[in-house]
Design a protein around this ligand. Structure first.
Ligand SMILES: C[S@@+](CC[C@H](N)C(=O)[O-])C[C@H]1O[C@@H](n2cnc3c(N)ncnc32)[C@H](O)[C@@H]1O
Length: 289
């Protein structure tokens, strides 16, 4: 508790003493990317090295979509918390973006609390993972958390209860459960009702590059099977994402881990989302009036 208060105080001081960002007028940009990327850079500048730009980027896009749809509150989820650095980074991004975009972001973390469960078969990549890997120090982690809700237990057991509860529409999910079987158990998050999910959900899949990850194991297989089973809900890579993040991250491998879940059956899927802008056209329209 004391640790959380100390961190809150530190964040407030960082916030208050951070130099002003280079003043920049975003109103004539043809897309929202420069403005959203500036927010990502700002979050890194305020909270420091530990801050994960891929969480800030996905959460900024989620909050911006919510803002454009006049949805005041959303949920950001981390699946697989372990030591908690990711959940703390999510809390920081939620705090900053909440103020910057005027959208409240609830942060929820799911973890077994005891590290990885036993890999079930070769789809869980037992050549890489073993039972008990990434165990959590729950007391130490709870002392660091300020606003996140930490739900402990196997997602197979805890998710149904969460899904039956009252939560703000899901806007961002980090999938970091490592195992195929656990990822399959978590994907019902993307099956939720329209009032519990944004029409597009920013997703980050941590374990899909290098090592022995492939289309027929781990998170990639879980994505493939989800898409096969859901004609109107699809998880797609954000193609060329590296060109749409702050330039200094253009070669970062996380740009290949950014996905978007398209909720094609969502009644608001076709609503204007603010990403593409036409400032010149707007001005022309005004002068013609
Ligand atoms: C690599 S760690 C997560 C690391 C964390 N996201 C970070 O960035 O620091 C993977 C976590 O997934 C959790 N996990 C794996 N399978 C799970 C399951 N079926 N239910 C709940 N948690 C699970 C493990 O407890 C482990 O802590």
């Amino acid at each position: 508790m004391k640790q959380a208060l100390r961190r809150r105080l530190r964040n407030l001081i960082l916030w208050a003493t951070a130099p002003e960002p280079a003043s920049r007028d975003f109103s004539r940009d043809l897309s929202a990317y420069p403005m959203l990327n500036a927010l990502v850079e700002e979050i890194g500048r305020v909270y420091g090295r530990e801050q994960r730009p891929y969480y800030s980027w996905g959460m900024a896009h989620a909050a911006y979509l919510a803002q454009n749809l006049s949805i005041p509150r959303i949920t950001a989820i981390e699946l697989g918390v372990a030591g908690g650095n990711g959940l703390v980074a999510m809390e920081n991004a939620a705090e900053y973006l909440g103020r910057a975009l005027d959208v409240t972001i609830d942060v929820v973390g799911f973890d077994s609390g005891a590290g990885l469960p036993q890999p079930q078969d070769m789809r869980d990549l037992p050549n890489l993972w073993s039972q008990g890997d990434f165990a959590m120090d729950e007391v130490a982690l709870r002392a660091r958390l300020q606003r996140a809700r930490l739900i402990l237990g196997l997602v197979e057991d805890t998710l149904p209860q969460f899904l039956a509860s009252d939560f703000a529409p899901i806007g961002f999910i980090s999938f970091d459960l490592d195992l195929y079987s656990a990822t399959v158990a978590a994907l019902p998050l993307l099956e939720t009702a329209h009032d519990r999910i944004l029409p597009r959900v920013q997703c980050y899949f941590d374990d899909i590059l290098g090592f022995t990850f492939a289309d027929f194991n781990g998170e990639r297989l879980a994505i493939h099977e989800f898409n096969e089973a859901h004609p109107r809900r699809k998880i797609s890579p954000i193609y060329g994402a590296r060109h749409y993040v702050p330039a200094r991250f253009g070669n970062a491998n996380w740009t290949e881990k950014l996905f978007l879940a398209h909720i094609l059956d969502h009644p608001r899927y076709t609503d204007y989302d603010g990403l593409v802008r036409t400032p010149q056209l707007d001005i022309d329209r005004q002068t013609r009036r």
